[in-house]
Design a protein around this ligand. Structure first.
Ligand SMILES: *Cc1c(COP(=O)(O)O)cnc(C)c1O
Length: 451
């Protein structure tokens, strides 16, 4: 029987984050000031983020040391398991070997605490007493609340109202971890009060919640803002995933032919892919890299590579990204964490340079893949992660077709135990197969800044 589990010792938790910016052949396009369209310096971000995170954002140092206090907390659940999906392989009757890195073992059930803990630490170091953030479905808000709790910082989460009502248990998690959470739009900020005055029944949106959190942080001396994906420092913090996976694949005596991650803002995919990509950049391997996104929000496969705002309100610096337009409101699919109009600039740069392939799938084939995974491997995946599983299964089926082996590694970014309504809807045949909303994207693309 093939070995299934490859476990690392606590002491083998990476000591450094890997910064792929050090190994890029061409520098990525710089962020621009939203008004002047001139490249911004680090100081422009100082009102929102602690200096150490800003330094990481612009760093070209290859390895950045993970502070001991951060490593101690990561050790609550890290190193995370790497598992060979032998039961899934058998069900697919494929010659491929399928491995997955499992990030659902964290306290909040996804990869997000990997960066939340680091961010809370640097805020604490710089005397910040309180962090404000937004959350859609609640995965980021709960991860940040946990991290803030560990460092004795207050957290304030603006949670999109429709999710606040539909996902009460993610709210409970934030409160258990000492966070305070309000439905957005709220009456606690000018941005929120403005929206409520126009539409008291507003269901909210990620864009509105970002505006509230940014305003909160900008108005209070003791408060900074925090983002759970997209930015360079967030991708950096996630590289513990790929570094651990490299050691574990070595234990398995294999090297992946293809590495796959689901992509919303791009952080979990980057976290797994980037350390392996270094080998390919050095000409050591021919490994393929794949980002899988939802058909209803396909920024890489259908978007344009242009400067756009990171948020719907147009408050952030301009970043060059594959974008569907910052005003684009993706349809309400169950993979809430993948409903982002653009993609991390670093991931976009590598996609543009041909290092990464992208695929987009509708919800039903993803839930079909996730259900097969649950029925063979046991773990019920997060709806976001189901996209990576679909990608991996299709690679395994292609290998079967060719009658050749193929080593596949994907990131199981989280478990779906708080997303069971999504599975109920899938099993009841109630999931609409989301298509590409071409008309809405075309409209949103008319609002891009002209550079
Ligand atoms: C938030 C989330 C994602 C998407 O975010 P990325 O930044 O693209 O990784 C994927 N999976 C899970 C479980 C999430 O919570």
């Amino acid at each position: 029987m093939a070995t299934r589990k490859f476990n690392l010792e606590e002491s083998e938790l990476p000591t450094h984050w890997y910064n792929i910016a050090a190994d890029l052949k061409n520098p990525p396009a710089p962020p621009l000031h939203p008004a002047t369209h001139e490249p911004i310096g680090p100081e422009a971000l100082a009102p929102l983020f602690p200096m150490e995170l800003i330094k990481q954002e612009v760093s070209t140092e290859r390895y950045i040391a993970i502070p001991d206090e951060v490593r101690e907390i990561l050790k609550i659940w890290r190193p995370a398991p790497l598992i060979r999906a032998t039961f899934l392989e058998k069900a697919l009757d494929t010659p491929a070997h399928i491995y997955y890195k499992y990030e659902g073992v964290s306290p909040s059930g996804s990869h997000k605490p990997n960066t939340a803990v680091a961010q809370a630490y640097y805020n604490k170091q710089e005397g910040v007493k309180r962090i404000a953030t937004e959350t859609g479905a609640g995965q980021w808000g709960s991860s940040l609340a946990f991290a803030c709790q560990m460092f004795g910082i207050e957290s304030k989460v603006y949670m999109v109202k429709v999710s606040y009502d539909q996902k009460p248990y993610r709210r409970s998690m934030m409160r258990v971890w000492g966070g305070s959470v309000v439905a957005s739009p709220s009456d606690e900020t000018n941005a929120g009060r403005g929206i409520l005055a126009e539409d008291p029944e507003s269901q909210g949106s990620l864009g509105i919640a970002i505006s509230e959190a940014v305003e909160d942080a900008a108005m209070r001396e003791d408060t900074r803002y925090s983002l759970g994906s997209v930015l360079n420092h967030v991708l950096l913090h996630q590289t513990v995933i790929g570094q651990e996976a490299m050691k574990q694949m070595e234990m398995a005596g294999e090297y992946p032919d293809v590495v796959i991650g689901c992509a919303g803002g791009g952080s979990n995919a980057a976290g797994l892919l980037f350390p392996f990509m270094k080998d390919r950049m050095e000409g050591k391997t021919k490994t393929r890299f794949m980002a899988v996104e939802p058909a209803s929000c396909p920024s890489l496969t259908k978007g344009e590579y242009r400067y756009d705002f990171g948020d719907v309100a147009g408050l952030t610096p301009l970043m060059k990204m594959y974008t569907l337009g910052h005003t684009f409101m993706p349809p309400g699919i169950h993979a809430g964490g993948l409903r982002y109009h653009a993609m991390a600039p670093l991931l976009c740069h590598l996609y543009d340079e041909g290092y990464i392939e992208a695929k987009a799938y509708p919800q039903n084939p993803c839930f079909e893949a996730a259900t097969l995974f649950a029925q063979t491997e046991g773990i019920i995946p997060a709806p976001e992660s189901s996209h990576a599983i679909r990608g991996a299964i299709d690679e395994a089926l292609a290998a079967k077709e060719e009658g050749k082996s193929r080593v596949i590694l994907f990131n199981l970014s989280g478990h779906g135990l708080l997303d069971l309504q999504a599975y109920d809807d899938y099993m009841a045949g109630k999931l609409v197969d989301d298509h590409y909303p071409a008309e809405k994207v075309r409209e949103a693309m008319t609002h891009l800044p002209v550079i």
